[in-house]
Design a protein around this ligand. Sequence first.
Ligand SMILES: O=P(O)(O)OC[C@H]1O[C@H](O[C@H]2O[C@H](CO)[C@@H](O)[C@H](O)[C@H]2O)[C@H](O)[C@@H](O)[C@@H]1O
Length: 248
Amino acid sequence: MQPPALSLPALTANTALFLDFDGCLVEIAPRPDAVSVPSGLADRLERLHDALGGAVALISGRDVADLRRYLPGFPGAMAGSHGAELALGGKDITATHDADLDIPALHAAAARAVAAHPAILIERKPHGVALHYRADPSLRAVVEEVMQHLADAHPDMILQPAKMAVELRPAGSGKDGALDRLMAMPPFAGRVPVYAGDDLTDEPAMARAQALGGDGIKIGAGDTVARYRLDDPAALGRWLDEALGGLR
Ligand SMILES: O=P(O)(O)OC[C@H]1O[C@H](O[C@H]2O[C@H](CO)[C@@H](O)[C@H](O)[C@H]2O)[C@H](O)[C@@H](O)[C@@H]1O
């Protein structure tokens, strides 16, 4: 499905805005810790937050503590770990699932399984693990096989394919669930959701936003359920700035 690239949805004072992080607000980098936050992004997010009465949320596969390192002053809600964590405003981070997971054991098992392949980067997350093969794409099959074995051994977790990576996240998590949770509470409730994202983990959330009468915006290339598309994070930034002008 290739959505039209011609027009974009209007942001109004009644919009609830949901933004993904990697590949959406920031360009993809060689490693998770090598992303660069564009100058002006923090200010843009704060102005959107003010103009939309606080109804702006970041919805990321990263955990919330990691997101906060990149956007420390962001005043809005953050859903992290593919929806497995939620933090409202600057407040505490809560788990949204009730799976009783032995995460240190999962991290150790993942590390043992790829010990022979130092090019595979292990990202230890509070609610799961990611194995990245961006440094050597020929290791994709190894990563997929290891993660399938880990998924088979951990029925409370599900596989999440990502860009040059495969992740395990808790069953019952998901960015669509994060969107639903936020849309049920103020200041999001009663608004029209607009969700921008770039990756497979964003597709269910964009579908959900559209099912609720809103819109999805796919950032970059690839099949998508979203009705709209923008080329890259810079294009999203320009569109958000234009939209801000109309909200004043
Ligand atoms: O939901 P997102 O905010 O888009 O996060 C998805 C994953 O992003 C990160 O990995 C991806 O970005 C890295 C930095 O650009 C890149 O090196 C990697 O190849 C990508 O897969 C992050 O490391 C993951 O934890 C997120 O789940």
